[in-house]
Design a protein around this ligand. Structure first.
Ligand code: SAM
Length: 162
């Protein structure tokens, strides 16, 4: 079975010019146990999810100073195996197509993913975290401490669900 994201009945696409205007630099790669889309959770679980490794470019290691004290991080990553032309999509199990910007689908014009993750430990330029949902090898765009209230909110939500 192909792992390629395919068009479903009712989905629509758009032809856009090449996306060459944003000069982003990948700052590392994420190593996860998820080798296919089917292996990935829809959203990561910062409590029960597997440990994943955020392997930063070692030249950027000094930029991690002080991060050990942060329990929650916001991670931004580039969903590099996404379609970028979908205007409407039919999520599995939905009753009809919905607009891309009303979804957290990985298929979007700029396929930026974000997750609030729990920092487990730091190993030099590598951060070990829980709470990711991305394929192994996904490029990292940025990371920053979560706003205080976000960590509290996530903890409250996961406690409510148990
Ligand atoms: N947590 C992020 C967010 O909300 O912005 C991403 C959510 S998205 C629903 C997660 C899904 O994207 C995974 O279940 C998988 O199907 C897909 N995915 C994961 N890594 C990907 C990648 N590198 N390229 C394309 N799709 C990916």
């Amino acid at each position: 079975m192909s792992d390629e994201a395919e068009i479903r009945p009712g989905e629509t696409t758009v032809d856009l010019p090449p996306a060459d205007d944003a000069q982003l630099r990948f700052i590392g790669r994420i190593r996860t146990p998820f080798l296919t889309r089917a292996d990935c959770p829809r959203q990561g679980d910062p409590e029960e999810g597997p440990e994943c490794r955020v392997e930063l470019d070692p030249r950027l290691e000094p930029a991690l100073a002080g991060i050990e004290g942060k329990a929650w991080l916001e991670l931004l990553y580039w969903l590099d195996r996404s379609r970028r032309d979908l205007l409407t999509q039919r999520p599995r199990g939905s009753d009809g197509p919905r607009g891309t910007f009303s979804l957290r689908s990985p298929q979007r014009p700029n396929p930026i993913g974000s997750s609030m993750v729990r920092l487990v430990r730091r190993e030099g330029p590598v951060l070990v975290v829980r709470g990711l949902d991305c394929l192994d090898g996904t490029p990292v765009l940025d990371l920053k401490p979560a706003r205080c209230d976000q960590g509290v909110q996530i903890r409250a939500e996961s406690e409510r669900e148990t």
